[in-house]
Design a protein around this ligand. Structure first.
Ligand SMILES: C[S@@+](CC[C@H](N)C(=O)[O-])C[C@H]1O[C@@H](n2cnc3c(N)ncnc32)[C@H](O)[C@@H]1O
Length: 273
């Protein structure tokens, strides 16, 4: 039912992004207060079936992590973010409301047909996923997942909006970095340091020789922006969960590319309880 994608769902970047989202949502549901909603204005497709056999092996090897619970039918389908978020809630006997958008109307229709709710908010334009950052989405996790077109143009406009929204909700930004364009990467890091606060990040470099589409050309970075009150509520358990997940993912990926090092920086704005 899905249109062909130029990458395999469940590639290393996806496992980083989806593992991080799963751990944040699980931590939030366990710590409270309340249950988060999840917004994905760059929704993509609901799942890919069948997944690449190496993706199946990787997910099966991520024992004890929330993504494995969420991808409970991994032999047959690899779920995208919206369905993962919903599955995390179900696993924890909680209801995480999931709202999705996409500028591609077929993809959005597909997501909605598969049971997710379309984003309907004043000032939100589904043709411009970044417009969600102009809306009020308190007590939620917002995923900004624009694929490869984020750099170099978007940071100056998008980072101030992320900073404002992240006073009220968690924003996870997933970006692809071209390792050959070191100038663009340095500019992005400078802009990030200047314009965002309370940021954690995890980076996965390109992998070679795995045969999985979409992980050999770009490095993938997850940037997590959090309100200070969220850090004081669940910063410590979340830090432990993300550190453990990053280490486990690195070990799993090293079975296929022994040179892989994931870089994790959870040092900014992390007051310990
Ligand atoms: C990588 S996929 C999203 C994957 C999904 N977030 C997940 O984790 O399962 C990116 C999607 O964003 C959509 N997209 C790209 N640029 C967009 C924009 N400016 N506004 C809205 N949607 C956009 C594309 O059509 C594509 O379906």
């Amino acid at each position: 039912m899905n249109s062909p994608l130029p990458y395999d769902m469940g590639n290393a970047g996806d496992l980083l992004k989806h593992g991080v989202i799963s751990e944040i949502l699980a931590c939030w549901v366990r710590s409270g207060p309340g249950t988060p909603s999840f917004y994905d204005p760059f929704g993509g497709v609901p799942w890919q079936d069948p997944p690449h056999h190496r993706v199946v092996q990787r997910v099966k090897a991520l024992n004890g992590f929330t993504i494995q619970d969420a991808q409970s039918d991994i032999e047959n389908r690899y779920l995208g973010s919206g369905h993962i978020a919903r599955a995390v809630g179900e696993k924890l006997n909680s209801t995480i409301e999931v709202y999705v958008g996409d500028r591609n109307s077929d993809r959005l229709e597909n997501l909605v047909q598969c049971g997710l709710q379309p984003i309907e908010l004043p000032n939100y334009d589904r043709g411009d996923g970044y417009s969600l950052l102009k809306c009020s989405t308190p007590d939620s996790l917002v995923l900004i997942d624009p694929f490869a077109d984020f750099l170099p143009d978007h940071p100056p406009d998008v980072f101030p909006d992320i900073r404002d929204v992240a006073s009220n909700c968690i924003v996870v930004l997933f970006i692809l970095l071209d390792p050959n364009n070191t100038e663009a990467i340095q500019t992005y890091r400078d802009q990030r340091n200047a314009l965002l606060q309370h940021v954690w990040s995890i980076y996965c470099p390109p992998l070679s020789g795995t045969g999985i589409l979409g992980e050999s050309t770009y490095g993938a970075e997850v940037v997590i922006c959090m309100p200070p009150r969220v850090i004081s509520n669940m910063g410590s358990p979340l830090k432990r969960a993300l550190s453990a997940y990053t280490k486990a993912l690195e070990n799993v990926l090293r079975k296929e590319d022994s040179m892989v090092n994931l870089a994790i920086d959870l040092s900014d704005g992390t007051e310990q309880k």
